[in-house]
Design a protein around this ligand. Structure first.
Ligand code: KIV
Ligand code: ZN
Length: 403
């Protein structure tokens, strides 16, 4: 039997950084619905919001903390700038959680210091430990992020991180805030931190990255090879500008290629024990739910969760797959929760089958909504032989979401 081994911590920030996508604003109920799905998915930490930013965010963090932040549930995290007011408000919002984390941040790149913060390096070096210690006066679990670490002077970064850890930070998160670094640079940055921050063994190294050059996931995988053990990501990769690293891509890369990554985590290469705690079968429905509630469509060719991710169009490919799936498939669609029965709903299907398929797709409708959608479904089913998931979503979105 395999023993428990070092693994990768999944920190989901769909409800905080993900919600920072233009137009993706979520209300408190929608945030709770997504938080429930994230708990089912098995993420280790949910960053539920930025409590100081608005009353709505404060309320959402409190509600998520109270309902989802149970002893055996995920850690609930709130973001705070490195100010007393932000940190105190985050601590207040997180109170109902059994396990809570304050995530505080301050920029370290010269460009942010000069133009945004108008502070010197010395001032930053003084504020960071003071604010980490202040956060520590509320919770044990404190994460510190040097914002724009990807463009910061590494020597200065090492000093700031050392001070943050000495003041009690238990996780230090390295953000590539503007998605500027390349995989080898980002990997080298993590290695530099491991080699040069004297007290680094007292904290977990985390990474956070944006996708401006489409490199966020690749950067994270290099970071894992160099010692990062927490990955900050969002469902469908939503987030500021080009988005964040996509949870489903990271998790499936670490799953499908786990034997490649095992040695970097000190595991035997042949170990088949999963590298994360994620229940991969929940990935597809969580992706659909987040897309529906945020209104952020998933591009058809998006890795893992796009409509075409498991489709085979060319005759040569179809022929190969019919002979042996492995010819053109590196993972089974069922691994992410896609079932083979996707197209069996038709005009003879009943309400229960209809309701349960919608549930699998991430829609939890009340009785009135269900009745309305079911009438429309029967109408469409009379005209079409087979009703696909895409038809179902169109029905729900037309009938329910846009009254
Ligand atoms: O992108 C970023 O730097 C952030 C920090 C708050 C971690 O989102
Ligand atoms: Zn970010």
């Amino acid at each position: 039997m395999e023993t428990s081994q070092e693994r990768i911590i999944i920190f989901d920030t769909t409800l905080r950084d993900g919600e920072q996508s233009p137009g993706a604003t979520l209300n408190v109920e929608e945030k709770l619905t997504i938080a429930r799905a994230l708990a089912r998915l098995g993420v280790d930490i949910i960053e539920a919001g930025f409590p100081y930013a608005s009353q709505g965010d404060f309320e959402a963090v409190t509600k998520v903390a109270g309902e989802i932040g149970t002893l055996d549930g995920p850690i609930i995290c709130g973001l705070a700038r490195a100010t007393q007011a932000d940190i105190k408000t985050a601590a207040e919002a997180l109170k109902p959680a059994a396990k809570s984390r304050i995530h505080t941040f301050l920029a370290t790149s010269d460009i942010h210091l000069q133009y945004k913060l108008r502070k010197t390096r010395q001032e930053v070096l003084a504020i960071v430990p003071e604010m980490v210690a202040y956060a520590k006066s509320f919770v044990e679990d404190v994460e510190f992020s040097p914002e724009d670490a990807g463009r910061s002077d590494p020597e200065f970064l090492y000093q700031v991180l050392e001070a943050a850890i000495a003041a009690g930070a238990t996780t230090i998160n390295i953000p590539d805030t503007v998605g500027y670094t390349t995989p080898s640079e980002f990997g080298a940055l993590i290695k530099g931190i491991k080699d040069n921050v004297p007290n680094i063994d007292q904290a977990i190294i985390s990474v956070h990255g944006h996708n401006d050059l489409g490199l966020a996931v690749a950067n994270f995988l290099e970071a894992v090879k160099n010692g990062a053990r927490q990955l900050e990501c969002t469902i469908n990769g939503i987030g500021e500008r080009a988005g964040n690293a996509a949870l489903e891509e990271l998790v499936m890369a670490l799953h499908v290629r786990r034997q490649y990554f095992n040695p970097f985590l000190g595991r035997p290469a042949e170990s088949t024990e999963p590298l994360t705690k994620i229940d991969t079968k929940q990935i597809y429905k969580t992706s659909r739910m987040v897309s529906n509630l945020t209104g952020m469509m998933v591009q058809p060719n998006k890795a893992i969760v796009g409509a075409n991710a498991f489709a085979h169009e060319s005759g040569i490919h179809q022929d190969g797959v019919l002979k042996n799936k492995l010819t053109y498939e590196i993972m089974d669609a069922q691994l992410i929760g896609l079932t083979d029965n996707q197209i069996i709903l038709g005009k003879h299907s009943g309400r229960n089958a209809f309701r349960s398929r919608l549930k699998e797709l991430g829609y939890e409708l009340n009785e009135v909504e269900l009745n309305k959608a079911f009438v429309r479904f029967k109408d469409v089913a009379d005209k079409k032989k087979e009703i696909s998931d895409w038809d179902l979503e169109a029905i729900v979105n037309d009938e329910i979401r846009q009254p």
